[in-house]
Design a protein around this ligand. Structure first.
Ligand code: C2O
Ligand code: CU
Length: 464
């Protein structure tokens, strides 16, 4: 029998404190499970059949993990999938051994096996977790959830809402997921894009609000490849944080903004629509606006006055990027993809031509190399500041995600951009990032368009 914490405490009380046996103490320390498994959920509207998904605890999104800054988080990952898997905690600064990258930081967890994740949530903010083995398939099937770390001091908002956006590629009659996760067309173009866009696993999300309320919206893009373009209606909004990390000065939202795969944005939004009206999180697609989340405004007798412009959220500890002038510099040159003209590249140690690469379902290269190799992009020492100049010579945007560290962009005028863990780089752009090599270990650096990552766009930095 599996003893819950409560059973153990009751037994402890019955026995008196001195009666707590070592086995009971061990039972009490058993971590909470996070079980990846198959489930059927009503993803599409109710006139459609249920969809078979893979989800953490059988849900989409998976169980919300919420902690206080500084808390220790322990989860026993239980793999009930028919495939090996692992869990990555996207955006968290944790020990490399807990980073969850199958094949780099740990072996994939076999079906029926478990793995204990155990780390401290150093930073407050909006993070997420997702599968990191065959992620182009496993994330598309639904293996992700939000991980929220609350600030030490409560934040002055009336509501706090986690909104995970995803696009699902569903058959329009059966509502089942398209199973061609290896599509060469998708991989060589913009990636797998869905035809059904949901928030927190539902097409229609309605959140009742009151006049003049202030909401914190935590937006997370869990899509395989779609860059969401979003805007606000009936709200005054401010960007408070990108990728979990607070801005020193909140930015007023005054038009559409982008959210690339893997990225998060924390907004404070004040309801300015009147009672009886609706406010919206609007998704802009091909110039059309769709209500992605609807906020009916109730007349609130206790309705308060509008608040002042929000103050910045407290910064997370030790986020400086000093000494960029003298930092070592590295180049990351992206090539390939459709309309990209990749003629040759190294794959698995072999110099291969265009045809051979296509036959291997590989389309993209970093510095002339396709996919992960034994050689890291950069060998760094703990605490060292490094710069990487990312040049996109492909016809597609790429969302570059560095594990375990946040980066700042070195802007043309010498200023530093906001802290990010995922940076969107458009075709023909060169964007330079600077960061401090955090913990020791092997940190993957890849495109979060997951089909791109699976077909060449992955490298790593070694920190010792
Ligand atoms: Cu969110 Cu390497 O991933
Ligand atoms: Cu990409």
């Amino acid at each position: 029998m599996n003893k819950t914490r409560r059973d153990v405490l009751c037994l402890g009380a019955a026995l008196g404190v001195g009666g707590l046996s070592p086995t009971l103490l061990t039972a009490a320390a058993e971590p909470t499970h996070l079980t990846a498994k198959l489930a059927n959920v009503q993803l599409a509207p109710s006139k459609y059949p249920q969809t078979s998904i893979w989800g953490y605890d059988g849900k989409i999104p998976g169980t919300l993990i919420r902690a206080q800054q500084g808390d220790r988080i322990t989860r026993r990952f239980v793999n009930e999938l028919p495939q090996p898997s692992s869990v990555h905690w996207h955006g968290l600064r944790i020990d490399n051994a807990m980073d969850g990258v199958a094949g780099l930081t740990q072996d994939a967890v076999e079906p029926g096996d478990t793995f204990d994740y155990d780390f401290v949530a150093r930073d407050a903010g909006t993070y997420w977790y997702h599968a990191h083995n065959k992620s182009v398939e496993q994330v598309a099937r639904g293996l992700y959830g939000a991980l929220i770390v609350d600030e030490a001091e409560p934040v002055d908002v009336d509501r706090d809402e986690v909104l995970i956006l995803d696009d699902w590629l569903l058959d329009t009659e059966t509502a089942q997921l398209d199973s061609d996760y290896a599509s060469g067309h998708d991989r060589s173009h913009a990636g797998r894009r869905g035809n059904y866009i949901a928030t927190n696993g539902a097409a229609f999300t309605e959140i009742p609000v009151g006049q003049n309320q202030r909401l914190r919206l935590r937006l997370i893009n869990a899509a395989n490849a779609r860059i969401f373009q979003l805007s606000l209606a009936g709200f005054d909004g401010w960007v408070m944080a990108y990728d979990g990390m607070p801005l020193e000065v909140p930015e007023k939202v005054d038009g559409p903004f982008l959210l690339a795969p893997g990225q998060r944005v924390d907004l404070f939004v004040d309801v300015i629509a009147d009672a009886g009206e609706t406010a919206h999180l609007v998704r802009v697609d091909d110039g059309e606006g769709y209500s992605q989340v609807t906020f009916p405004v109730g007349s609130d007798p206790t309705s308060r006055l509008r608040r002042d412009v929000p103050k910045a959220l407290p910064p997370n500890p030790d986020m400086d990027v000093p000494g960029i002038e003298t930092a070592r510099r590295f180049e990351l040159h992206m090539e390939g993809g459709a309309m990209g003209g990749l003629e040759r590249a190294k794959f698995n140690g072999k110099d291969m031509g265009f045809r051979a690469l296509i036959n291997a379902n590989q389309f993209w290269s970093f510095n002339g190399v396709v996919g992960m190799t034994e050689t890291p992009l950069a060998d760094l020492s703990v605490g060292e500041t490094a710069r990487i100049n990312i040049r996109n010579d492909t016809a597609f945007p790429h969302a570059m995600h560095l594990h375990g560290m946040h980066v700042r962009e070195v802007l043309d005028n010498g200023d530093m951009g906001p802290l990010r863990d995922t940076l969107l780089v458009f075709p023909d752009e060169a964007r330079e990032i600077a960061f401090v090599a955090g913990g020791s270990g092997k940190w993957i650096f890849h495109c979060h368009m997951l089909g791109h990552s699976a077909s060449g766009m992955a490298t790593w930095v070694n920190v010792e």
